[in-house]
Design a binder for this molecule. Structure first.
Ligand SMILES: Cc1ncc(COP(=O)(O)O)c(C=O)c1O
Length: 448
């Protein structure tokens, strides 16, 4: 097929089984994206839309960044692949040093994976390897949280907390995983920033320790702000409490920062934004500006040292890794992203835009179909009033907004808005104006 044909509707949509998609609905009314530049994307009908969620939260530096494309192209021409086991290339070490400059505390040991799911899977395995290395092999339990999304392999699905993602696969999920309650309370209505109430929900971890033995728990994993299930911002003091309970029971605390990492909250990581240092951080998405897949686990030095010290010299210390762990093309993209973060002072740029974005987002409060709004940093969730069936309002509203010229990610009945970090005020205005039109049209259509 020529590249020209690829931008129109292909002859057949039957063969491609699309992920996390209503395939039947899509194939009747396809939404094919043909071009992306800066904050805009274009579909196969020639319609230009503003990107209201940075792709899947992964292109915050804008689409079509020349610096990244050129770094990737150069890398491919020079060294297209290098096997990552018992071999390496300079770039991955340079990148690890750069990443470690931004991670909090001494989370200075960097393990590369392929994506967010594999970063979470890796963190789970590292937690087990660490405890075993210290002679503590009875810790097999993991604690996750309701309404968490950590990805789609078995480990990440097990610690996740979204019912539709687990019910089909319940029979093969990891044993021993327990879930804390989520942090969204009924009184959390139209709050921008951290809710004042709900810190005590962290005591769920203490309760799990009391019931199942803290000494049996390897790690507790949370998204500092739950992203995919609707931007659930942690109540004030909640993450601090989790940290204290983990310390008390020597449980590793993992922050899954696949969405919140690399500036979305206004600091490099949510960890710094909320003043809580975990033992591991998982990241992906913005690490390469979404151009090529890459995941990362940053571990505190003690974890690395324990695993290293448990093996004799010459032995493989951790029996884990991927064919695409830190391959040249991903590393080249990530290094170019690091350069842009620095040159364009991206994290401060986000910080400066936060109050404008949050104020604009909350201006949608008056819309009839809007049930609730939450937000932190450059991220916000708009809950739609439920229609007869969960998920229907969100999906229909997403389609109406798409027609109005703004694209974003909807999960269930929540519209998740996450503008690119390079957005100017006029782009935020455009996102909000088009959301207003799209949501209002959705309401009108419901009445007709
Ligand atoms: C917090 C979090 N963790 C993990 C993942 C999984 O990442 P991936 O889709 O790259 O496997 C996601 C994806 O949205 C995520 O939001």
């Amino acid at each position: 097929m020529s590249s020209e044909n690829r931008i129109s509707v292909p002859n057949s949509l039957n063969e491609h089984w699309m992920p996390f998609t209503s395939n039947k609905d899509f194939k009747e009314n396809p939404r094919l994206i043909t071009e992306a530049k800066g904050v805009y994307i274009k579909n196969h009908k020639g319609k230009t839309m503003i990107d209201g969620s940075s792709g899947l939260f992964c292109n915050p530096l804008g689409h079509g960044r020349k610096e990244i494309i050129s770094a990737v192209t150069k890398q491919l021409e020079q060294l297209d692949y290098c096997q990552p086991f018992q071999q390496g290339f300079g770039g991955s070490f340079e990148l690890a040093t750069k990443i470690a400059r931004h991670t909090p505390g001494d989370l200075n040991r960097i393990f590369y994976t392929i994506c967010g799911s594999t970063a979470v899977e890796t963190a789970i395995k590292i937690a087990i390897a660490y405890h075993r290395a210290k002679g503590d092999s009875k810790r097999f339990r993991f604690v996750g949280r309701e309404r968490a999304y950590h990805g789609m392999n078995i480990g990440a699905t097990s610690v996740g907390g979204m019912i539709n993602n687990v019910k089909t696969f319940a029979s093969v999920l990891m044993p021993g995983v327990l879930h804390m309650r989520h942090t969204h309370l009924p009184e959390h209505k139209f709050i921008s920033g951290q809710p004042e109430t709900g810190a005590e929900l962290a005591n769920d971890l203490e309760r799990i320790c009391a019931n199942f033995g803290g000494e049996n728990i390897a790690a507790c994993i949370v998204e500092p702000v739950a992203g995919s299930t609707g931007v659930l911002v942690p109540p004030k003091g909640y993450l601090q409490k989790l940290r204290e309970i983990c310390d008390k029971h020597e449980i590793l605390l993992i922050f899954d920062e696949v969405i919140t990492g690399w500036g979305r909250m206004g600091s490099a990581f949510a960890s710094q934004e909320f003043g809580v240092t975990p033992d591991m951080i998982t990241m992906a998405k913005a690490t390469t500006n979404g151009i090529v897949p890459m995941g990362v686990v940053a571990c505190k030095e003690e974890i690395y040292d324990a695993v290293m010290d448990a093996s004799p010299k010459g032995a493989v210390e951790l029996f884990h890794g991927y064919t695409y762990s830190g391959i040249p093309v991903s590393v080249a993209a990530a290094l170019a992203v690091q350069d842009i973060f620095e040159k364009e002072d991206i994290f401060n740029r986000v910080k400066d835009m936060v109050s404008y974005f949050q104020k604009s987002l909350f201006s949608l409060k008056d819309l009839e179909a809007v049930e609730n709004i939450r937000g932190y940093g450059l991220m916000g969730g708009i809950d739609m009033k439920l229609k007869n069936k969960p998920g229907k309002a969100g999906f229909e509203c997403f389609k109406s907004c798409y027609e109005a010229g703004v694209n974003f990610k909807a999960t269930g009945d929540c519209l998740i808005i996450a503008p690119q970090f390079i957005c100017e005020k006029k782009h935020i205005d455009e996102i909000i104006d088009k959301l207003r039109i799209g949501i209002s049209n959705y309401t009108k259509n419901q009445k007709n």
